[in-house]
Ligand binder design. Structure first.
Ligand SMILES: NC(=O)c1ccc[n+]([C@@H]2O[C@H](COP(=O)([O-])OP(=O)(O)OC[C@H]3O[C@@H](n4cnc5c(N)ncnc54)[C@H](O)[C@@H]3O)[C@@H](O)[C@H]2O)c1
Length: 343
């Protein structure tokens, strides 16, 4: 099976490629696997993880920007994929607020270019290759907007994005779903909640808390720290994505979440507590003493919570990692690794 993955040099992408190469049987098609990673290698790409894949003959990186429509089409024409996993995005909310243009260009225009290339490729297929072709649009729970204290997002929750990031992801979802409805492109959409795990970029909350704690810096927490996120270990997310790709129904949307809701303050304190036991501060006291409240993010969504019963019931997915064990092993990874490139 030939899989064209976009954004494969990023956090989820690297984990996804590793999962595919280490166990191709995660896909329904149990044959040989070849992966083409179409990635422009922005600041968010993890060069060190990419380097570990460089000698695998089943893997190739094409340094291509999704904003370049012709270059994207060339990749499809040359590689002739059986499936597409679309992960590439400008993924950081704060950056999208500081400068929304790149999010709009990459997440909307880049996704449009990808869909058009996939559509042309799909039109050239026939027989079993056409029947089996799939495009997985990787989206976020953030497209649903913000929840108050109760309830959770289901696949029928309305789109109500609030940040430039989530609005641009919502736009990409709408394009992908329109390409299914209008052109019959076999698109499946997956909405994942907040991921965490090894080698996530230092700008994201969990690495930021760990790395700031360890380097003696302040641990910044927005507002009053009560904003709540639903956390998902990256390996569990990848397993759900690959299941959605191989067994999901075209035109359907699947929420992915593991029901691990924590306020940002609770989460930061929990990480500090684990660090206190694994690597006590040299000056004594708890890392939690480094927590500092900072001005809230504009338009900060209060709460996300995912109802993942559809992917559990229809596709048989369930998270395999408990939150505590996954958080502890993630923290250990940062403690045991040279995190210089992340700082
Ligand atoms: N990380 C999460 O918690 C999370 C949760 C839900 C959904 N998602 C979605 O999953 C996907 C992957 O997230 P991530 O955290 O791995 O992101 P990431 O920021 O770690 O990686 C993004 C990758 O996309 C590449 N990229 C960016 N712009 C590009 C362009 N114009 N052309 C080609 N490549 C480009 C980057 O080089 C990078 O390798 C994104 O679509 C994101 O919206 C992420």
């Amino acid at each position: 099976m030939k899989i064209l993955i976009t954004g494969g040099a990023g956090f989820i992408g690297n984990h996804c490629i590793r999962a595919l190469l280490s166990n191709p049987a995660v896909l329904a098609d149990k044959g040989l696997i070849a992966i083409l990673n179409v990635d422009s290698l922005t600041y968010a790409a993890n060069a060190r993880e990419q380097a570990t894949l460089a000698n695998d003959p089943r893997y190739r990186l094409a340094k291509v920007d999704l904003r370049d429509a012709a270059a994207v089409q060339t990749q499809f024409a040359e590689f002739q994929p059986d499936a597409v996993i679309h992960l590439a995005a400008e993924s950081h909310v704060d950056r999208s607020i500081a400068g929304p243009g790149t999010s709009v260009q990459t997440n909307i225009i880049g996704s449009f270019n990808l869909l058009e290339a996939a559509r042309a490729h799909y039109a050239s297929l026939d027989g079993p290759a056409r029947a089996a072709f799939r495009v997985l649009q990787v989206s976020t729970d953030e497209v649903y907007g913000s929840l108050a204290d109760g309830g959770s997002f289901s696949e029928s929750s309305p789109y109500a994005p609030n940040s430039p990031y989530s609005a641009s992801k919502a736009a990409a979802d709408h394009l992908a779903q329109a390409w299914h409805a209008t052109y019959g492109l076999p698109v499946i959409t997956a909405h994942a909640s907040n991921n965490f795990g090894p080698f996530q970029h230092a700008e994201k909350l969990i690495p930021k808390v760990i790395l700031n704690a360890l380097s003696g810096r302040a641990i910044p927490i927005y507002g009053d720290g009560l904003n709540t996120r639903d956390w998902l270990y990256v390996d569990d997310c990848v397993a759900a994505l690959l299941l959605a790709l191989s067994r999901g129904r075209p035109g359907e949307r699947y929420n992915i979440g593991a029901a691990n809701e924590w306020t940002n303050l609770e989460l930061a304190k929990r990480i500090c507590g684990i660090l206190d036991t694994l690597k006590p501060r040299s000056q004594g006291g708890s890392y939690a003493e480094q927590i500092e409240f900072v001005d809230d993010r504009p338009g900060h969504d209060f709460r996300y919570a995912i109802d993942a019963s559809k992917i559990r019931n229809d596709l048989g997915w369930a998270p395999r990692h408990t939150f505590d064990a996954a958080l502890r092993s993630t923290i250990k990874w940062y403690l045991d690794s040279d995190t210089t490139p992340l700082l």
